[in-house]
Design a protein. Structure first.
Length: 215
């Protein structure tokens, strides 16, 4: 049973040897500290490893992951990561990345109970309800894909409303938010928003400005 775990440790040994061959000072440099330019808020799904799909290295990206890549305003874990990334590490970009085929979004779209996680996914149900007019016109597969995209847009919206991002913008910090969807079928990242660098730019993706509210 442990041979799979042993394999991971052997892989790690190979990683060390490869890195040292490429650059004998690699780990000395890594140990000196981190200055990541990006904060990644993504899904816990094993098929969406942020460094791997973006060609980034250790040290490039501060990472927070949870089921369905949610930015929940009362999530102390996410808020702590966000505050540290923005106020201490001074990241320049925050990427919220969802993915087509997201099990969390799928679970939220259904009517079955999945236990505790129903509470976590509650805001995804809210998003579905909010955009139901648009979603109800789509077939099941298209609706699922669209929900993943709308969920990302909603999470970017939620991110931009946090006191941490608002304070950063108000103090003149250069901080850009981005909403992406990773398409599992093609491996491509599909941007869902432009680069959002101010409260004014937030309004463009804000649900109250997109004409869908109230129908
Ligand atoms: Co997912």
């Amino acid at each position: 049973m442990n041979h799979r775990i042993d394999q991971l440790l052997r892989n790690n040994q190979a990683f060390v040897e490869t890195q040292l061959r490429l650059d004998p000072g690699y780990f000395t440099q890594l140990a000196m500290g981190q200055h990541p330019e990006f904060l990644w808020i993504g899904c816990s799904d094993s098929r969406v490893p942020p460094n791997h799909i973006t060609g980034t290295d250790p040290g490039d990206m501060f990472v927070h992951r949870n089921i369905a890549n949610l930015v929940v305003q009362t999530d102390m874990n996410m808020l702590s990561v966000l505050q540290y990334a923005v106020e201490v590490l001074h990241v320049r970009h925050i990427i919220v990345c969802g993915h087509h085929g997201c099990g969390g979004v799928k679970a939220a779209m259904g009517e079955h109970s999945h236990g505790l996680i129903d509470n976590w996914l509650r805001t995804v149900k809210d998003t579905q309800q909010f955009y139901w007019r648009e979603l109800s016109a789509l077939d099941e597969d298209a609706r699922f894909d669209r929900m993943v995209e709308l969920n990302v847009i909603e999470q970017v919206n939620s991110l931009g409303k946090t006191s941490i991002v608002q304070n950063a913008w108000n103090s003149g910090a250069a901080l850009a938010l981005h909403g992406w969807v990773f398409d599992l079928h093609s491996g491509r990242i599909l941007p869902q928003t432009g680069s959002i660098e101010s409260s004014a730019a937030m309004q463009e993706i804000c649900k109250f400005a997109n004409g869908l509210v109230g129908h």
